[in-house]
Design a protein around this ligand. Sequence first.
Ligand code: NAD
Length: 255
Amino acid sequence: MILNGKVALVTGSTSGIGLAIARALASKGARLMINGFGDADEIAAIADDLGAIHDGADMSDPDAIGRMLDRCAAELGGPDILVNNAGIQHVAPVDSFPPEKWDAIIAINLSAVFHTTRHALPEMKAKGWGRVINTASAHSLVASPNKSAYVAAKHGVAGFTKTAALETARDGVTVNCISPGYVWTPLVENQIPDTMQARGLTREQVMNDVLLAAQPTKQFVTPEQVAALAVFLCRDEAASITGANISMDGGWTAA
Ligand code: NAD
């Protein structure tokens, strides 16, 4: 129970990677605030299972983010561990990319990382211990066609991570990002129809020639693998890892 006494806030943790990270942190003793959308009964069951508080703040709304961080401090303390994980995707060529989708992706995938972190840092610095872990993506390092907003946002997350790490390096606070390759979650499943349309491919071709082909292992990364790395970054042994963008992508960016 290496995280006994720690409070963790995981954004976008009602599904996929964030849910796995929340489960892993809770299993190590952290008290959790979870966040994200979904079926109310399912979210209540997840919160019950993890002994967590759910806050439904929309990560595109800076005021709601501020209220969520205030609530976390008042009801749980902290957070000592902030995992910026909420994210959305939209697949379309630049010249037909809907501007409102661009704005939403930049707000949720990038600007929210700034807003949560700016609220959480003062208490982490005062305590002399903190962990900020940002779920970036292989797309923080390499591009794919038809994902301009997502690629821009994730490159931004990597740059923000490095800058915040430098600012907090003397405060016992580490700031890192994890960059997974493809993980089979609703975010990936939902982009298949648009990818089929944008590239003129069948579903099977998208699965084999786009998703699995990106990764030399020819396997999806699992949410549990990402979660295990997040737990490691919370350990005291990881205190010298800061400003890093850690790939977990089956060799995608190496290739
Ligand atoms: P997912 O769709 O399973 O989960 C996304 C989570 O974010 C959900 O809990 C959802 O409710 C929440 N969310 C979405 N919009 C929100 C908003 N406006 N406010 C609050 N919460 C919101 O997707 P996932 O694949 O688990 O993605 C999690 C993160 O991992 C994202 O940042 C994504 O970019 C990143 N990522 C995913 C993959 C992948 O292949 N699945 C690869 C690399 C990085």
